[in-house]
Write a protein that binds this ligand. Structure first.
Ligand code: GLN
Length: 178
């Protein structure tokens, strides 16, 4: 994100969001990869969950969710065995670990809507967006599986944009709120 600030000449700082007070102070939020059920529990325990949900309702917090973050943005989760509590921000249905065992992690050159050049995407035990509805827009697919979507000021990616030097998706996110 820092590179995107520099590249776009934006005066911005990044903070690691750890307390619910942080949620009121930030202009935008990135929910990273990890284990979505664990992240959800941490968010709930720390009080951040309700603070984020409130700002989602008020439509004042742009969010980019990558991998586990994508799961957390979804309104629906396929076979939600862990009873994972998501933020219900986007009209998407997500299936966790949907690329199966032998393909748990892989890299793929994909096309992203609006990008003139292909994008190198890194998938790690990635979810798939099974369905989008409402005003949600599909931004990218791999073998007919949706891996990137946008709705209002929310972006969901089933891959990891932070693991490559390509900052175009961070720039795209930044452009949504500067
Ligand atoms: N499989 C994880 C989950 O469903 C996501 C993996 C990741 O973020 N790299 O929470």
């Amino acid at each position: 994100m820092k590179h995107a600030f520099e590249e776009m000449n934006v005066h911005g700082t990044t903070v690691s969001v750890r307390h619910k007070e942080h949620i009121d102070e930030i202009d935008a939020l990135i929910i990273p990869g990890g284990e979505s059920s664990t992240i959800s529990k941490i968010l709930t325990k720390s009080g951040m969950f309700d603070a984020i949900v409130q700002r989602v309702k008020d439509n004042t917090l742009p969010i980019m969710g990558t991998c586990a973050g994508c799961v957390l943005l979804a309104k629906k989760i396929v076979e939600n065995k862990d009873d994972l509590e998501s933020l219900h921000a986007m009209d998407i249905e997500v299936e966790r670990n949907a690329f199966g065992r032998q393909k748990e992690s892989f890299e793929k050159i994909i096309e992203i809507k609006g990008f003139s050049k292909p994008y190198h995407a890194v998938f790690i035990r990635a979810p798939v967006i099974k369905k989008v509805w409402g005003t949600c827009e599909i931004l990218a697919e791999v073998d007919k599986k949706i891996v990137a979507a946008r709705q209002k000021k929310f972006l969901a990616f089933s891959f990891h944009p932070e693991l490559t030097d390509d900052i175009r998706l961070h720039q795209y996110f930044l452009e949504m709120f500067i």
